[in-house]
Design a protein around this ligand. Structure first.
Ligand SMILES: [Zn+2]
Length: 424
């Protein structure tokens, strides 16, 4: 594991809507990054899982008279089918609502409690008198109950907190050297200027129970996602993370919307586990990047606007290459259905050229080494758009030459990193 490359993508919440094109941009394009690393001879670890507890499944289940578990695991099956369609090498390792994972969420809570970092105090919650229930912040819209529209009142309740403020100075100090985008560091610094202890009690059903006698509350789902990258590393059921299985994440890729909460909680929990001797790096992620956003007609995709692109409607190679071609990976781009045809045509032309390769020596050598080096530089700097244009230029420059099978094979292998279905 020591020499392997650990590539982590932010695991999805399995919502009823399924995977969207933003997920495809994260997972399919980073899968190509990993395929390229493998092509260069590196071992790459690319685990996957599901962040499966949460309020939407609970609300949906209640509305339709179902169990949240039933709804969630059905959604997970849908996601699995979509991941298969995208043709990635991600390996599913865990589901946070499985008993086998909850065991470690409870273990973490108990460790924090033993260390004096989990404590109870009175804090205000949102309460709806008409529904006679506590509401999550997400269930309160403009100070009114989302369900019945009544005024929401603040009520004092005894709740659990994690003492993240004890780690505040270290969380700020390490921002001086960790390899995160500058704007993300800026957002974290700002968020850590007004840090309070982390309230982890949730008055919900579909979450990990707080492992204390008499507790009916569940844990904030951000607790589940604060250590999943460590549990990916091991198959051990008896130990949290055997020392020989530990590996720091080399590259973490996900949306910038997680710049604060998730990423700060994960850093805090990792630091705590470092202090406890479970991990040997204080920071969980060696390098962090954010993919850009894919828009449609210049606007953010949303169901209400009706401009959502469904990845299932496209050929997975064409979808992946088109997403790469849109722009620099950090910038994203605007989706245009008419342009995906250009990708299809290019793949067709490359296929025919490769199929026309002959045995033995040919006149006028084709330089695949330069192509390989150019692509390498662009992949490593996440300029996937340049990868596609470089392959296209290479083809245009050499298309009138006959190539031999060896050259054809090299070109085909490179293309297959970015269009996995291309290889015969
Ligand atoms: Zn209400």
């Amino acid at each position: 594991m020591e020499d392997d490359f650990y590539c982590l993508v932010m695991f999805p919440y399995p919502s009823g809507d399924g995977l969207h094109v933003g997920h495809a941009y994260n997972y399919a394009v980073i899968d190509s990054f990993c395929r390229w690393r493998k092509h260069k001879g590196q071992n790459v670890f690319q685990p996957f899982g599901f962040d499966s507890f949460g309020l939407p499944a609970e609300n949906y289940a209640k509305k339709h008279g179902l169990e949240p578990r039933e709804v969630t695991y059905k959604n997970i099956d849908k996601f699995r089918g979509q991941m298969e369609h995208m043709n990635t090498n991600f390996e599913e390792r865990l589901i946070t609502s499985d008993e086998s994972y909850q065991k470690w969420t409870k273990w973490l809570f108990t460790k924090l409690k033993e260390a004096g970092l989990a404590y109870k105090k009175i804090a205000p919650v949102n309460y709806c008198h008409s529904c006679e229930t506590v509401l999550a912040n997400e269930q309160v819209k403009e100070e009114k109950c989302e369900r019945c529209g009544s005024e929401v009142e603040m009520k004092e309740l005894n709740q659990w907190f994690f003492k993240i403020t004890d780690y505040k100075d270290r969380l700020i100090k390490n921002l001086d050297w960790i390899d995160y985008p500058e704007h993300t560091k800026k957002q974290q610094r700002h968020w850590l200027e007004k840090l309070n202890d982390w309230c982890v009690s949730r008055q919900r059903k579909w979450g990990c129970p707080i492992p204390v006698e008499g507790e009916e509350d569940t844990l904030d789902t951000f607790v589940d996602s604060s250590f999943y990258f460590l549990r990916y590393l091991t198959d051990s059921e008896g130990e949290f993370l055997p020392k020989e299985d530990y590996k720091q994440v080399d590259l973490y890729v996900g949306g910038n919307e997680h710049a604060c909460m998730h990423l700060i909680y994960a850093r805090f929990i990792n630091m705590f586990l470092y202090d406890q001797g479970y991990v040997t790096e204080e920071e969980p992620f060696k390098k962090l990047i954010h993919q850009g956003m894919i828009t449609k007609d210049g606007a953010k995709m949303s169901k209400s606007t009706g401009n959502v692109v469904n990845p299932d409607d496209y050929d997975s190679d064409e979808l992946r290459m088109y997403l790469m071609f849109l722009g620099h990976y950090f910038d994203g781009g605007d989706w245009d259905d008419s342009k995906i045809k250009g990708i299809r045509r290019a793949l067709g032309k490359w296929r025919r050229w490769i199929d026309g390769a002959v045995d033995g020596a040919v006149d006028g050598a084709v330089d695949t080494e330069k192509l390989e080096n150019d692509i390498d530089g662009f992949v490593e700097s996440f300029k996937f758009n340049k990868v596609i244009s470089t392959m296209s230029e290479f083809y245009n420059k050499n298309k009138d030459k006959k190539i031999n099978k060896e050259t054809a094979d090299k070109f085909e292998q490179m293309i297959a990193c970015f269009a996995p279905g291309f290889k015969k």
